[in-house]
Design a protein around this ligand. Structure first.
Ligand code: AMP
Ligand code: ZN
Length: 461
């Protein structure tokens, strides 16, 4: 069995052959750091982490390069900086917002048990490369200056729109969409825009300004991986305009026929059939799921969140629900119980085959169940490890419940109930003593009557 991946560009599942087996290269669009990441944002992180692990398994750790950028130049960041730190100079306010958010993101994805990518370039570190690329696009006639912006001219590229399957005619001036006055075509997009004195900006041949979002990824992927690389990924919403425009910029600047050979897109994580997003307000952050009781009245282990995600194939939508998390935790508790402390053997061939089939993680989950039922603890442990699960750091649902019960229980109340029960027993009121025992059980308290006439208790599930 060899690896095959679904390619958005060709709309087919295709055998994967890296350009260079000793240097397999993948770029995935990372977060814009202005706010906590929601659990939908975790989906590409988790999906491409599994692919990273698979590629390392197939080609060797040292032969795979995975780049996930951090977008730290964006007007949403500026707006957040003004809102959160109105008294600070804007540059300092922006630095605080991006630093805090980026640190939170790293902590969140670590808790999900994802590997660190090979590098995480930040847009602000690549401004000269962006300026250089925009200069090339201008000199080759693919861009023009108008209305305080440098714009990419989509009509200058013959096959613009191939990724998202949009025809240029549909985007031509005069067609349904109204053209902003300074644009030649409605689909022309910003490469550079001038900044006012208050806005963040960098000096450029076109004046002090800031880059558009798309050019950031074109410049960073070129700098980190070269002009043409193997895999480019992100969520479904990035196909258009972000990835389409990345392709246009990179191919036109470098004169290449492709930017990346395989384009992969994960489906949406949904709540009641709608995409989870900040703008709809139907989101729960990764941090809330891990550290608060805002979702389902309890905290969840990062590995439960990850498994809940991988039960669905990455191209399908997922509905995020407490019920699904509970079921997932129930399964993971039993697998981890069997795997804890076990020396792994080899991962099951069925797991590797399933992963190689366009990352069929639902099939992987079926196989993990099978290994658990067969009590094949060594293959189960190895297979869990391959897909990014670690028994030694997992906190089971049962243990969490006990810890929570212990933290919330009022020890004096329990002692009072136990005394009342001893009194009932002394009075041979068995009905009352049983009732109190049951009441204690609902608090997860188990009692033990000792030979010396005392009663000890513990929290147990
Ligand atoms: P953003 O910070 O909005 O640019 O999103 C970062 C990444 O998360 C991108 O790859 C998006 O496609 C992805 N993403 C955002 N919302 C969702 C969602 N509800 N389900 C799956 N992926 C998402
Ligand atoms: Zn990008």
């Amino acid at each position: 069995m060899t690896l095959s991946l679904y390619n958005t560009l060709t709309r087919k599942k295709e055998p994967f052959e890296p350009i260079d087996r000793n240097n397999v290269r993948m770029y995935v669009c990372g977060p814009t750091v202005y706010d906590f990441a929601h659990i939908g944002n975790a989906r590409p992180v988790i999906v491409f982490d599994v692919l990273f692990r698979l590629l390392r398994h197939l080609y060797g750790k040292e032969h795979v390069k995975y780049i996930r950028n951090i977008t730290d130049v964006d007007d949403k960041i500026n707006a957040r900086a003004l809102q959160d730190y109105p008294k600070l100079p804007l540059n300092e306010a922006i630095r605080r917002v991006t630093e805090k958010t980026a640190n939170q993101f790293q902590a969140d994805v670590k808790a999900l048990g994802c590997l660190e990518p090979s590098a995480q370039p930040r847009a602000t570190e690549f401004i000269p490369e962006m300026i250089e690329m925009i200069g090339v696009l201008l000199s080759k006639g693919h861009a023009y200056e108008a209305g305080g912006e440098v714009l990419f001219d989509v009509s200058s590229m013959k096959d613009y729109g191939a990724l998202s399957n949009r025809k240029l005619e549909d985007q031509q001036a005069g067609a349904r969409v109204a053209v902003e006055a300074h644009k030649k075509n409605p689909g022309d997009f910003v490469l550079w825009k001038l900044s006012s004195a208050e806005e963040p900006g960098w000096d450029s041949p076109w004046g002090r300004g800031r880059p558009g979002w798309h050019i950031e990824c074109s410049a960073m992927s070129k700098s980190c991986l070269g002009e043409v690389f193997d895999i480019h990924g992100g969520g479904l919403d990035l196909i258009f305009p972000h990835h389409e425009n990345e392709i246009a910029q990179s191919r036109c600047a470098h004169g290449t026929a492709t930017m990346a050979n395989v384009w992969m897109h994960n489906g949406f994580l949904q709540v009641e059939g709608q995409k989870m997003s900040k703008s709809l307000g139907n989101f729960v952050t990764i941090n809330e799921l891990l550290e608060t009781e805002n979702f389902g009245g309890r905290k969840w282990d990062g590995q439960v969140l990850k498994l809940a995600m991988l039960k669905t194939h990455y191209r399908q939508p997922i509905d995020w629900s407490v019920r699904e998390l509970k079921e997932t935790e129930f399964a993971l508790d039993s697998w981890m119980h069997l795997a804890r402390g076990v020396e792994p053997s080899n991962a099951s061939a069925a797991v590797i085959d399933a992963l190689q089939d366009d990352m069929n993680t639902p099939q992987v989950v079926t196989e993990l169940y099978r290994l658990w039922r067969a009590k094949d603890s060594q293959a189960l442990t190895a297979s869990l490890k391959l897909t990014g699960f670690n028994p030694s750091t997992y906190v089971s649902g049962a243990r969490r419940a006990v810890e929570k019960a212990f933290a919330t229980v009022n020890k004096e109340d329990i002692e009072t109930l136990i005394s009342a029960r001893l009194a009932a027993r002394a009075a041979k009121n068995w009905k009352e003593s049983d009732r109190i025992r049951d009441e204690l059980a609902t608090l997860s308290v188990t009692i033990k009557d000792n030979k010396d006439g005392t009663t000890s208790w513990e929290i147990k599930r």
